[in-house]
Structures are given as structure tokens and as C-alpha cells.
Design a protein around this ligand. Structure first.
Ligand code: AMP
Ligand code: MG
Length: 411
């Protein structure tokens, strides 16, 4: 039994409902090679001090400052220190150790003289120019200390952070498990690009736009393809998504209340309980959000409208932040920017509207958003041509060109 709301829910409230009890997935361990772009699942402390010893930053000679009072000063070369092969002994007054970048500064040395400021033969080096003590020595711990927490839970593992984690001596990293998102494209009229279309058929585009978006959000995609508008076909597809332990099922099409709109009734038969069925947004009014509890965890379902623009806009507003939370990221809710209207706008009704619009720069450097004439939610080329979505709040009054408005930039 369920008692899903049948009235229009405002977009802000709908977002609260969708994100309300969303939590990050559990963690798993991956190698550094597999960590790129993943989300760190724990605070990470260094297992080492870096550099672990005082190291030379230059090629030259390790010496004692007290031998440099009068220059030139000739010193006996008593050994070598190379990266990975330290000089074993202790340097005494009157002595120098030939040293290279990255090598351990020998015991007893306090200065590095770069080789350009010396003259040397096999056994003796003549220091021609002095140096402030300590220059060209990287002190142990210059970069970081053992035990220091340098990366935090929730950090996205960028290449630089992966390099740092490696330097901290972590071979494997604890990361948040990627959400598994199943995608089901419903519609008898749908045909894959490149296939033969029959009468009344169109190409499935949402499948690809949403699939790419889901992957870009950091989820694993299980694309269950095109599913016919029959209860059996839809039930099979939903059951496959459930059995594969999807964290989220995204459907397109069949989300409103027509005779062929089966997502709500079939998902309810399978036990999903719905918290949203319609939201006060254009495009994207039919929007289903429900949950099925399986073994103490939820499988969530977001049923998007079939119209391409509706599905992509609803994805960005509602589904993307949900997937981000499940993936351990902070949710990027859609950000509004201030602009001014490029043309007069009529009064708006009870649905907030995201209108496809161009952006230009006005005389004072302000953004000017000019809505296209045609706003049909089936028009993908229009969406791609647009620079932004011009937001019109619920019941916005008629407004003149030049008046302030808000836009969502399309990246
Ligand atoms: P529906 O929500 O199923 O009533 O579909 C609304 C409109 O979107 C119809 O014109 C469908 O043909 C179209 N549509 C549905 N699914 C897709 C899809 N995957 N790709 C492109 N258009 C679609
Ligand atoms: Mg349909």
C-alpha cells in the first residue's frame, strides 16, 4: 500500500525529499592505479616523514661552515653521497663529501656548496665561494611528518593527491564504493541510433545523454537498454536492476499518468514506495521518486520524463546531487547566477520554469539572458544551442527586458 502525493510538489521541497535520507555508500580498497577520480573514504595520515633525512637539493660538496672563513679554501674529498647511496661516515673539519641531488647530507656537514662554485680534482676540492649555512639542504620533514593527516575523507583523488598518497607510503586507498546506477529507457517508439526506424519511431537519445551524465557523476552505469511499454518487459528490467544490487534505478519515459505510463504502477507492484510523482517544474513535471527496501538497504528509483530536455534538466537538478552523495561527494546543487532579461517575459504559472536561453554581455558587463522563442521540451538541438537555463520562479510576474533574473549556466 502506498499513498504517494498526487499534487505538484515545489522543486525545492522535491530536492529536500530526494536528498533527505541519502547517505554515502560503504568503502572498498583500491590500488593507486585504480584510485584516479575516486572519493577518499577515510582521513589519511602519512606513514613516513618526507624527506626522511636531511637531503641535498643540489649537486656539489657537503662541507662545514667553519672551513669557509677564508676563501678559497681547499678541502680533502673523503667520499661520495649519492641518492640511494649515502656516505657512511662523519664529516670532519678540513673535509668535503661529493654530494648529489636527493642524497643524504652526511653527519657533520652543515652546508652544501654547489659544484659551480668549486674547482676539484680526484682528491681535493677548492671552494671558491661561500654560502649561508643550511641553504640547499632539505631538512627531514620539510614536506610532511609521519602521522600528519594530509588527505581527508571526501577528497576527490586527483593526480596530485594520488602522488601525495603514494609519497605517504600508501599502496592501496580506502575509497567510497561507486554507486551502481541502472538506466532503463522505456518506449515502444524507441530505436537505437544506426538501427532501422519503422513508422512512428524515434531514436533513443536520453539513453546516451543520461548514461554519459551518470558516468560523469562518478557512478558505474548498468545500461538496461530500451524496454517496451508492457508491464512484463518493465517488470523484468526493474527486477534485473534490483537483482544486480543497483543503488539507484533511473528510468526515462512512462513517468506520467497515461495508459502507457507504466513505471509508477509496475514499480509499486514490486514494492517501491513513492514520495514524489509530480513536481512543479517545467520541463520535467512527471518526476517519480521512490524507494524499495532490500536487506536493510534502499534501492532508489528516479523516474524521469521521456522528453529529452525534461530528462536531462531533471537529472541535473535532482539525480546528480543524489548520486554525488551516494558516491561520498558533496552534492553540487544547481547554482544560479544573476543576469538581466534580454526580452520581455510573460507572467509565469504555478510551475517554475527553466527556459533555454542565450547569454550575451551587456554594456556594463552584465549577463543578458534571452530566452528562445520555442521552448518545447523535446528540442535537443535547442538545448545544445543554449548557453543557460533562464529560471522563472513560480507565479513570476510579467517582466520587461533589462529586469533582473537568474540563470543556470550550461557547461
Ligand atoms: P513519455 O514520457 O514516455 O510519454 O515520452 C515523452 C516523449 O519523450 C515522447 O515523445 C517520447 O517519444 C520521447 N522519449 C521517450 N523516451 C525517449 C528517449 N529515450 N530518447 C528520446 N526521446 C524519448
Ligand atoms: Mg513513453
Amino acid at each position: 500500500m502506498s499513498n504517494e502525493p498526487s499534487q505538484l510538489i515545489p522543486a525545492e521541497r522535491a530536492l529536500e525529499i530526494v536528498l533527505g535520507d541519502a547517505i554515502a555508500n560503504g568503502v572498498e580498497h583500491v590500488t593507486l592505479q585504480e584510485a584516479n577520480g575516486r572519493v577518499l573514504g577515510e582521513d589519511l595520515a602519512s606513514r613516513r616523514t618526507q624527506p626522511p633525512f636531511d637531503a641535498s637539493a643540489m649537486d656539489g660538496y657537503a662541507v662545514q661552515q667553519q672551513d669557509l672563513d677564508t676563501l678559497p679554501s681547499s678541502l680533502k674529498i673523503v667520499g661520495h653521497s649519492r641518492a640511494g647511496e649515502p656516505f657512511g661516515g662523519t664529516l670532519k673539519s678540513g673535509e668535503a663529501v661529493r654530494i648529489f641531488t636527493g642524497a643524504v647530507v652526511p653527519e657533520g656537514a652543515d652546508s652544501i656548496i654547489i659544484q659551480e662554485n668549486t674547482r676539484a680534482d680526484e682528491s681535493t676540492v677548492t671552494i671558491l665561494q661561500g654560502i649561508v649555512p643550511g641553504k640547499f639542504i632539505r631538512k627531514a620533514g620539510l614536506d610532511f611528518m609521519e602521522g600528519e593527516v594530509l588527505l581527508n575523507m571526501g577528497d576527490i583523488l586527483t593526480p596530485y593527491r594520488i602522488a601525495l598518497a603514494a609519497s605517504m607510503d600508501h599502496a592501496r586507498l580506502c575509497v567510497v564504493r561507486k554507486p551502481l546506477v541502472s538506466l532503463i529507457s522505456t518506449g515502444d517508439e524507441l530505436v537505437m541510433p544506426g538501427e532501422t526506424t519503422g513508422a512512428g519511431q524515434i531514436i533513443a537519445s536520453n539513453t546516451f545523454g543520461l548514461g554519459a551524465s551518470i558516468r560523469n557523476t562518478g557512478a558505474n552505469l548498468l545500461d538496461l537498454g530500451i524496454v517496451a511499454d508492457t508491464r512484463e518487459a518493465l517488470r523484468d528490467a526493474l527486477m534485473e536492476a534490483i537483482s544486480k544490487q543497483s543503488d539507484l534505478i533511473v528510468t526515462t519515459g512512462g513517468a506520467s499518468v497515461g495508459d502507457h505510463d507504466l513505471v509508477l504502477p509496475v514499480a509499486k507492484e514490486l514494492g517501491f514506495e513513492f514520495e514524489l510523482t509530480k513536481i512543479a517544474v517545467r520541463p520535467g513535471k512527471p518526476f517519480l521518486y521512490g524507494k524499495l527496501k532490500v536487506d536493510e538497504r534502499f534501492i532508489r528509483l528516479a523516474g524521469l520524463a521521456g522528453n529529452p530536455v525534461s530528462s536531462l534538466v531533471a537529472y541535473n537538478v535532482f539525480v546528480k546531487p543524489l548520486i554525488q552523495i551516494m558516491g561520498g561527494k558533496s552534492p553540487e546543487t544547481v547554482q544560479m547566477r544573476n543576469a538581466v532579461l534580454g526580452r520581455d517575459m510573460p507572467e509565469n504559472d504555478e510551475r517554475a520554469e527553466y527556459m533555454r536561453a542565450t547569454l550575451t554581455l551587456g554594456k556594463a558587463g552584465e549577463l543578458v539572458a534571452t530566452a528562445f522563442d520555442k521552448q518545447d521540451s523535446s528540442m535537443l538541438a535547442n538545448l545544445v544551442r543554449a548557453d543557460c537555463l533562464l529560471y522563472r520562479p513560480v507565479k513570476a510576474a510579467a517582466e520587461k527586458a533589462g529586469q533582473p533574473c537568474q540563470v543556470v549556466i550550461i557547461e
